[in-house]
Design a protein around this ligand. Structure first.
Ligand code: GUN
Length: 288
């Protein structure tokens, strides 16, 4: 990508995630050299969603890279909730497993209840930070596993070296996985936070007020470049295909980069950070 005509500095999630993974690899090796067992991450994939298969494959490859043992289970979409809960219980009880991840979304056509499934994971092994106990801890500002994408966004934001206190963040999207938890993390760091969503009346005006924009709605280039306040930091969580089949974020990148001070690319921005944070959460659970 030729960025010579863009004034924004790129927030390179690929490079940062590689540094984090290399550092984790050294820590895992040190444990091995001290005669300790390897950390283990269990991944559970239910059904045939092609995007989920790619995400889980990338997570498993990262485990291999850093020396975390991956215990992988692929279940037929019709296996049903009782069998899934039984598997989670076995993994909760296994001393080789320190982190457990159930890839979302679960298939829509069976009896799965995502909230019940996530609540069945031992909160101490909750590598995704999706258990209600851990989500409650996040809301109260207590230490607990934090969802991986929001945790990765905060690492990227810290790369800018800005004093965040009192700045205005606008989060576009209100999912349990990204929008709500990133809003809490930003609040914890003393930003003023506005959460926008599909019913927000004047999204352009809200975004235009933001020093920090987090776009996590899953709509290709919904956030237009000319909405961005000059000098803002733009963090784009979206991974979408546009009408020409090109991979694009939730932000109109090229135009936004003309105004932003810092911006994440898609791909290579927030995405790789999610995986690095998953392995970090697993290593933290192993050390706990
Ligand atoms: N689906 C989309 N993002 C995620 C994630 O971070 N973790 C899991 N388990 N499923 C997801």
């Amino acid at each position: 990508m030729n960025l010579s005509d863009t004034p924004a500095q790129l927030l390179d999630g690929k490079a940062l995630s590689e540094r984090i993974l290399n550092s984790l690899k050294e820590k895992v090796e040190a444990k091995h050299n001290a005669g300790m067992p390897a950390p283990g991450l269990a991944t559970i994939l239910v059904g045939n969603d092609p995007a989920s298969h790619i995400y889980v494959r990338n997570k498993r490859r990262a485990c291999e890279k850093v020396g975390i043992t991956n215990i992988h289970h692929e279940l037929d979409e019709h296996v049903g909730q009782a069998a899934l809960l039984k598997l989670i219980q076995e993994l909760n009880d296994s001393p080789e497993v320190h982190g457990i991840l159930v890839q979302l979304p679960l298939p829509k056509n069976c009896d799965y209840n995502e909230n019940e499934v996530l609540a069945a994971i031992d909160p101490a092994k909750d590598a995704d930070g999706f258990h209600p106990f851990n989500q409650g801890a996040l809301m109260q500002g207590r230490k607990a596993p934090v969802p991986c994408t929001p945790k990765g966004i905060m690492c990227l934001l810290d790369e800018c070296g800005l004093d965040l206190k009192g700045r205005h963040a606008v989060v576009v999207g209100r999912s349990n996985i990204v929008g709500k938890p990133i809003s809490l993390l930003l609040l914890e760091r003393h930003l003023t936070v506005t959460i926008c969503h599909s019913r927000t009346r004047d999204l352009a005006a809200e975004v235009n007020r933001a020093d920090i924009v987090v776009a996590a709605v899953g709509v290709a280039e919904l956030v237009r470049g000319d909405w961005i306040k000059p000098g803002a930091v733009v963090l784009d969580v979206g991974i979408n295909r546009n009408e020409e089949g090109k991979l694009v974020g939730d932000v109109e990148f090229r135009a936004a980069a003309q105004r932003a001070a810092w911006i994440t690319p898609v791909p290579g921005g927030v995405g790789p950070m999610t995986i690095a944070m998953l392995l970090q959460n697993t290593f933290e659970a192993y050390n706990a």
